[in-house]
Write a new protein. Sequence first.
Length: 665
Amino acid sequence: MPVRVVSLAAHSGAGKTTLSEALLHRSGAISRAGRVEDGTTQSDHTAEERQHGFSIRTSVLRLQRRDTEVTLLDTPGFADFVREIRGGIRAADSALILVSATGGVEVGTERVWNTADTFAMPRIVVLTKMDRERAHFAATLAEVRATLKGPTVAAYLPDGEGPEFRGLVDLLATPEDAAPPGLRAAVQEARAALVDAVVETDDELMTRYLDGEEIAQDELRRAFLKAVHAGQLYPALPVSAATGVGLDELLDLMVDGLRSARERGPLTGLDGQTREPTPDAPFSARVWRVSLDPYLGKVAHVRVWSGTLRAGDTVRNTTRGTDLRAPHLYVASGRELTEVGELSAGMLGVLTKQPDLHTGDTLADPAQPIEYDPLSLPDVVHTVALHPETRLDEDRLGDAVARLLEEDPTLRFEREPQTGELLLGGMGEMHTTVAVEKLSALGVRVQTTTPQIPYRETIRATAQAQGRHKKQSGGHGQYGDCVVRVQPGPGYAFGSAVVGGAIPAKYLPSIEKGVQDALLKGPLAGFPVQDVHFTVLTGSYHEVDSSDLAFRAAGALAARNALEQARPTLLEPVMLLRVRAPAECTGDIMSDLQGRRARVQGMEPAGTVLTISAVVPQAELRTFNADLRSLTGDRGAYSLRPHGYQDVPEALARKVIEARRSAQT
């Protein structure tokens, strides 16, 4: 049976889950369509999804239309769950890009569109919610064409809009005089645009068309479907999942126009090898998502790119260099797993109880191994500090977080060495909120706070000072004496200019250890010191009382004294911020960034969207996630990367230093 693997992708709220539920019902895969509001859909069935009322992970759904099996991948709409979105799009052969006919193109729409471009996805543009008040097909399509690059063209027109939306007009199949009277002029214009777009994809048709020859409807239809299949045209059509209008046309277009798994062409590995996507080629697959099940253990969802895997076969994880045996194979649909005897090219399958499989791993025939490129994921943008509520929670936290990281590689967990805080980072506030909820479900209760800012200290002048450690307490005493010079410099350096044996060379490593001890707590507020160069100039020693311990103490004392005299300065971490938002929000965003002491680096316009790059102090970004959502109506997105340190303004530095000293007393 032919297979179509199709990803549903959109900005949050465009109606992916509702549409997938309606398609399942219309095709007979389910007897009754569930509702997102009731938590009864095939996609959103986890506890977190039912609680929040939106998709958190990509769901696999299967239906049959005529003689073709269609596998739908319902991806989340929230950008916070980017791993699920990118993984779901990459595991498919084609995509449905949903755009709300009431909300239009949003930042999330552009994000998934660009991801589809990255993977060269043929796609259908589905204008959803056509039955809603203020739905407007022509305006929304115009916005799609102006904002999202590519050959998008209307293949159908709506008969009515809003509550009057009652049907579709097939522009290739409906004669102009057979169209509804009020639509005939629009149909004539739209059909001409569609025919122009179709013949441009076929040189022979173009020649005949330019010669004035009328192209037969069946030829146009074949050329149209061929162009959609090849990604040369992106057909747009209106639908209403609520009323069912447009569902049959969409199902037929997916079956007839979108490419099958075996028609996408050869796949290339990292070493240049290729695999044909056919069942008789050498086996290869990629793990596109991983989840943990209390009964099945690790559940690895795989996309078979080539060949056939049979139950009991041994395959190689070429990413990690290990072999594994797959005694049981499954296919998923919603929450159900069905055991099968084999998985062949183009199928999405499931392997269970395989602890060494991770998202992005390549599986292959051990006799003919190949490795595909890993999935590219963005950096963390939102971080919270975790505080276990009890000692038992603290003991369990490590194992519970390890389970989260197994499922979601976009999460980050680390202990901040300077502050000692346990930090959980993710793609946004919702991402970390869901992760904390999962920790609770695993029996680990934590409180979250905004992480402390890891300030640093440095110097802006050169100074030298003496450190003498002398102690007598009966018997051997302790004696160490050194003079050091400190000066600003990139990174850390330690050297010696001692001459004449004033300090034996064997004590220099101990002096350096003392210097490094002093750098752990700077003279201003006890923050670590960076970017300093130390030189030992001279000193003295005692034949009997000098020791490594004494010179370590002397080195620390000399370093502290020198740092105090070298114009110490407080530093704060800064981040490279890239904000992507609708151009009309630029003024509000720029005003907000100015209030955060940002240094704007540049602005890059792209259609109706603008990307702003700026260097911003980390301390000023505590509320940026929520504020950006407010400023852009939840249409903005951003990324963050560490960008070094800079001086803290004097007035703010005094406040930080005073707060630090108060906390230490």
